[in-house]
Design a protein around this ligand. Structure first.
Ligand code: FES
Length: 638
């Protein structure tokens, strides 16, 4: 018999063959463990506490003290016999906050991807015995043969028409008959818009007859178990095949669909919960790799020069071809992308921002696991991708975490150390907006020099990984007003799943954040240079991405992430990709706008552009080597 492995706090047990690594065992048990490097043993995120028969490799990611307390890296540990694995809070993937966009998606007129048309047919007689389909087309105002009709629908058509006693709802996507349902059973028409991010997935359920958003949910992309960024996922697909990744993203979306519409519910009419069968249209925006994985297209060539995707435009797809739990014949529309690293999510941002409709020139920065920049107006668009790294999403930062409960999201050092956490619970780490605040405040108060080196100060100490600034002393957390005992877990010893640590930022963390912000700033400069303009020529700067909700503009300028422009020129869009997907779900004009943006966009490849490397070096300081570019900061620093 194989050894038994039990994971807490979920309390799940599986039998795992000897030598299975614990990360794989967790995946098999349905236990989600943070595994940013996809099990390569370098990110240190898959820390677990183990009791029992396990063989673990030593790693600098686990200190001697932690090792003696039972800490191991799951990906470097092999099952040898029965064991119990405690997954500490820091290593668990937790449910996400709801992430909605900030763009108004109210449209004067809606023309949804799939429209519902009520049709009352004349029952046939011996004198009028036209075929069912022809009778329907005539009633809908179409010539015979003018609509494309799937064979599977044709097979069900006689039943639907007769069950509805010659009254039906026909669902049309352009000149395609998507479905025909008896009017007395289903007469409503719903759609979903989905933003598939590398880290998070957001989904909205929308009434296609009114444009009203009914509900929305966000969750982690379950592919996170296979690596934090797109390259790690592509590498995983090369080693293990694509199917598991494809299945995982479909699974993520299906779980979210179940949450928004209660698929088990019986649908009997208006006012009831939405059934999966009533969802006739799906609009998806995502980066090019995620789109490849959803469609089951081999993403391999995205990884290697000259970085060619299989396609930036998707064919017409039925939901059943993807395995989505909506009406099997529902139309799926993918917002077109432009290049391997500028995907449909960026085009959706452009649609949501409206920048491609304005004469004035705008800059759009989408900060996610990667960074994408678009520059342009209603005449032209330039786009590029900066391999910015995940620092603003908590990656590559020792105590970094994504924006979830317990993440420090705001920091002020003006009157002593003050911070606030998401969910107002005990601080567990620090997310992107908190890191920007912290760096800016450390720099402006002289604790950090412009090269990112910590200066002697009461809270600066030598830590395990070099010099570090202590933002939160674990001993002070209770005094700061947080309930240190509130864990919500009762099935296992809390000291195993919730370790108390000081929350610090090391010089190495700071270097990673500086690299990320320098990359974004330099990428924007290259686009401006290509267009022959300057930051001051910009009419608007749009900041898209989940973390844009919370960031402090002055602090983002102080570290040189954003240009020092009049603050009223900046607009935070939030999750604009989701808004763009929703607009495309609801409007033919917006779908055409997305296609026009795809065609108008010129992609600028930065990986071979010397201008990018020169500007990146200059921007790798706080805020920049040339302080005169940041007059408001020059004034404060003197
Ligand atoms: S160190 Fe184990 S997943 Fe990265």
């Amino acid at each position: 018999m194989s050894p038994q492995v039990t994971f807490h706090p979920k309390g799940r047990s599986i039998e795992a063959p000897v030598d299975t690594n614990l990360l794989e065992a967790a995946i098999l048990a349905g236990v989600e463990i943070n595994s940013a490097c996809a099990g390569k043993g370098v990110c240190g995120r898959c820390r677990v506490v183990v009791e029992g028969d396990v063989d673990s490799q030593n790693t600098p990611r686990i200190t001697e003290e932690d090792r003696s307390n039972g800490y191991r890296l799951a990906c470097l540990s092999k099952v040898k016999g029965d064991c119990i694995v405690f997954v500490p809070e820091e290593s668990q993937l937790k449910p996400m906050q709801i992430v909605g966009g900030k763009v108004s998606t109210d449209l004067k007129q809606i023309s949804p991807l799939v429209r519902a048309i009520y049709a009352k047919l004349r029952p046939p007689t011996l004198q009028d015995n036209d075929a069912d389909l022809e009778r329907l087309l005539k009633q809908l105002g179409y010539e015979p043969g003018a609509l494309e009709v799937p064979l599977s629908l044709l097979r069900e058509l006689p039943r639907a028409i007769r069950e509805g006693e010659w009254t039906v709802t026909a669902f049309l996507d352009g000149n395609i008959l998507v479905d025909v349902l008896p009017w007395n059973v289903v007469s409503r028409n719903f759609g979903v818009s989905v933003d598939i991010g590398t880290t998070t997935v957001a989904l909205q359920l929308v009434d296609l007859s009114t444009g009203e958003m009914i509900s929305q949910v966000s969750d982690y992309n379950r592919q996170l178990m296979y690596g934090e960024d797109v390259l790690a996922r592509i590498m995983y697909s090369e080693d293990h095949g694509l199917e598991r990744l494809r299945h995982t993203i479909v699974d993520t979306i299906n779980h979210m669909l179940a949450r928004v519409c209660n698929t088990g519910d019986v649908c009997v009419g208006k006012g009831k919960k939405v059934c999966a069968e009533e969802i006739m249209a799906v609009s998806v925006a995502g980066n090019t790799t995620m789109m490849h994985m959803l469609l089951g297209l081999d993403p391999k060539c995205i990884r290697y020069a000259p970085y060619t995707p299989v396609t930036n435009l998707s064919p017409r797809i039925n939901a059943s071809e993807l395995g989505l739990n909506v009406n099997p014949r529902a139309s799926v529309h993918l917002v077109p992308g432009r290049a391997s690293y500028v995907g449909g999510d960026v085009v959706a941002d452009v649609v949501a921002s409206g920048m491609a409709r304005n004469e004035g020139i705008s800059l759009l920065i989408d900060v996610g696991t990667n960074g994408e920049i678009v520059l342009g107006n209603n005449d032209w668009l330039l786009a590029c991708s900066a391999s910015a790294g995940p620092a603003f999403e908590g990656g590559e930062v020792c105590h970094g975490m994504r924006a979830g409960d317990g993440a420090i999201e705001k920091v002020s050092l003006k009157g002593g150390v003050e911070y606030s956490t998401i969910g107002k619970v005990r601080p567990k780490g620090i997310c992107g907006s908190g890191l920007i605040d912290l760096l800016a405040q450390l720099f402006l108060t002289g604790v950090l020099d412009k090269k990112g080196h910590l200066q002697p100060s009461e809270r600066v100490r030598d830590g395990e990984f070099g010099k570090e600034y202590v933002l939160v002393y674990s001993k002070d957390v209770e005094r700061d007003g947080y309930d240190v005992k509130a864990t919500g877990m009762s099935c296992c010893p809390t000291d195993k799943v919730e370790r108390r640590r000081d929350i610090t930022v090391t010089e190495e963390d700071i270097a990673n954040i500086v690299r990320t912000k320098a990359s974004l700033y330099a990428a924007a400069e290259v686009l401006l240079d290509t267009a022959g303009i300057d930051f001051t020529d910009l009419e608007r700067v749009y900041i898209a991405g989940g973390f844009g909700h919370h960031i402090d503009l002055d602090n983002a300028v102080a570290i040189g992430l954003l240009p020092d422009l009049p603050r009223e020129r900046f607009t935070f869009l939030g999750n604009a990709s989701l808004d763009g997907a929703k607009l495309c779900l609801l409007s033919q004009e917006k779908r055409e706008e997305a296609l026009a943006a795809h065609r108008a966009m010129t992609y600028v490849e930065l990986s071979t552009d010397q201008r990018f490397f020169d500007r990146f070096s200059s921007a790798s300081f706080l805020p920049h080597t040339d302080l005169s570019r940041f007059p408001s900061i020059e004034q404060i620093r003197g």
